[in-house]
Write a protein that binds this ligand. Structure first.
Ligand SMILES: Nc1ncnc2c1ncn2[C@@H]1O[C@H](COP(=O)(O)OP(=O)(O)OP(=O)(O)O)[C@@H](O)[C@H]1O
Ligand SMILES: [Mg+2]
Length: 341
C-alpha cells in the first residue's frame, strides 16, 4: 500500500514573522513569504521579503518538537557563532551576515535564492559540475586551517569526535567475525546488484560483493581503517558537506555553506572525502579529485556504513539504510581508486 505523505506546514510562525518584519523595517502585513523545500529538522523556515530585500528565517518552535527544544536552540546558536567566526577568515564561503534574535529562537541570514542565481543542488552540466566540485573541495581545505580559541571550542562543542567514532567503530571486524552479519550483507548487496535503479553504482556494488567473500581483502581493509586513529584531529570541518547545505552560483562559481551544527575538529581530508563519497553515490565521476581523498577514512567508512545499513529503517519509507549501503560500496570503490593511483 502506498505510504500517505503527511504534509506539514513548516513556514515561520507569527513570532518569526514579527522579527523578520523588524529586520526588514516593515509591517508584518507587508511581508512576502515563500516556503522553502528540503530540510530534515522540525524547525520552521521561510524566505521573507519586503520590497527588493529578502532574508532567510529559521525558527525553533517548541510546539513542533517532542522535547523542550534545547537541542535545536543549541544548533541555531552554534550555527550563528560559527558563521560569525568564519566571516572573519573565510567570508566568501559563508553568508555575509547571520544573527540570532527572539531570545535565540530565530536565526536570520542572507538569502540565497534561485532568482538571484543560487541553486541548492549539484549542477547537471558537466563543466559546471567540475567547477562546483572543485569549489567545494577547495572550501573544505580552507576551513581546515581556521583556528578557534579554546573557550569557543568548548562553548560550541567543536571537540574532535568523528575520527574516533569512525576509527573505533570496528564494522569490518564484525563482518570478518560474524557469519550471520556477513551473510546478511552478501544477500543485501546481491539484491542491490540486480536493482536497475542502481546501475550507475553497479561496479562499486560488485567490488563490495567480492570483498564480502574475501577474508584477506577484508582484513587488509580493516587494518587500514584502524590506522585512522593515528591521524591528528587538528583541522576544522563543517562535517555535513552535502549539496543540501551548499548554495552554488554557477555564474560566479561561488559556494556558500550553511548548517554548521555538526562542525568540529577532524582529520585532514574529512570534508573533501565525505563530499566526494556523496557525489560518487549520485553517479558523478570524482576521479579528478582522487588525490583529495583520505584513504584511511574511506576504509573506515566502508565498515561504518555496512554495519549500519542492516539496522531497521528509522521510519517506514525512510531511505537512510539504502543510502548507507550505497555509500559503503561507493567508499570502497573510491578506496581502491585511491590506493591504486
Ligand atoms: N540562506 C538561505 N537562503 C535560501 N535558502 C536556504 C538558505 N538556507 C537554507 N536554505 C534552503 O533550506 C533548505 C533546508 O536547509 P535548512 O538548513 O534550513 O534545513 P536542515 O538541513 O533541516 O537544517 P536544520 O536541521 O538546521 O533545520 C536548504 O537545502 C535550502 O534549500
Ligand atoms: Mg541543511
Amino acid at each position: 500500500m502506498e505510504q500517505q505523505q503527511v504534509i506539514i506546514d513548516n513556514n515561520i510562525s507569527s513570532k518569526g514573522r514579527q522579527v523578520a518584519a523588524d529586520e526588514l523595517g516593515c509591517l508584518v502585513a507587508d511581508l512576502q513569504i515563500k516556503s522553502v523545500s528540503g530540510g530534515y529538522s522540525r524547525n520552521r523556515r521561510s524566505l521573507v521579503g519586503f520590497g527588493d530585500r529578502w532574508i532567510f528565517v529559521k525558527e525553533v518552535d517548541r510546539d513542533l518538537l517532542p522535547s523542550d527544544g534545547a537541542e535545536e536552540l543549541g544548533w541555531l546558536n552554534k550555527d550563528c557563532e560559527c558563521v560569525n567566526h568564519l566571516i572573519a577568515s573565510a567570508p566568501e564561503l559563508v553568508p555575509e551576515w547571520e544573527k540570532l534574535v527572539a531570545d535565540g529562537h530565530v536565526l536570520l541570514m542572507q538569502s540565497f535564492q534561485e532568482s538571484d542565481g543560487w541553486q541548492w543542488q549539484f549542477p547537471s552540466n558537466s563543466d559546471e559540475q567540475r567547477q562546483y566540485i572543485q569549489a567545494v573541495v577547495d572550501a573544505t581545505k580552507k576551513f581546515e586551517s581556521v583556528k578557534f580559541e579554546q573557550d569557543l571550542i568548548d562553548k560550541l562543542k567543536l571537540h574532535p569526535y568523528f575520527r574516533d567514532k569512525l576509527a573505533l567503530d570496528n564494522g569490518l571486524k564484525l563482518i570478518i567475525e560474524n557469519a550471520e552479519i556477513s551473510n546478511q550483507l552478501i544477500e543485501k548487496y546481491a539484491a542491490m546488484a540486480q536493482d536497475d535503479s542502481l546501475i550507475g553504482l553497479r561496479d562499486a556494488i560488485h567490488k563490495m560483493q567480492d570483498l564480502l567473500t574475501d577474508e584477506k581483502a577484508l582484513s587488509e581493509l580493516s587494518s587500514k581503517a584502524s590506522e585512522l586513529i593515528n591521524q591528528p584531529n587538528d583541522c576544522f570541518g563543517h562535517c555535513d558537506v552535502r549539496s543540501d547545505n551548499i548554495a552554488y552560483n554557477s555564474s560566479t562559481g561561488q559556494v556558500k555553506f550553511v548548517d554548521w551544527n555538526w562542525a568540529s575538529y577532524i582529520s585532514s581530508g574529512f570534508g573533501a572525502t565525505e563530499f566526494l563519497v556523496d557525489m560518487a553515490r549520485r553517479g558523478v565521476d570524482v576521479s579528478p579529485w582522487v588525490g583529495d581523498l583520505n584513504i584511511e577514512l574511506l576504509a573506515a567508512v566502508v565498515g561504518f556504513y555496512t554495519k549500519r545499513c542492516l539496522q531497521d529503517p528509522l521510519a517506514p519509507g525512510n531511505t537512510l539504510r539504502d543510502v548507507q549501503a550505497q555509500s559503503a560500496a561507493v567508499a570502497l570503490g573510491l578506496y581502491y581508486m585511491a590506493i591504486n593511483r
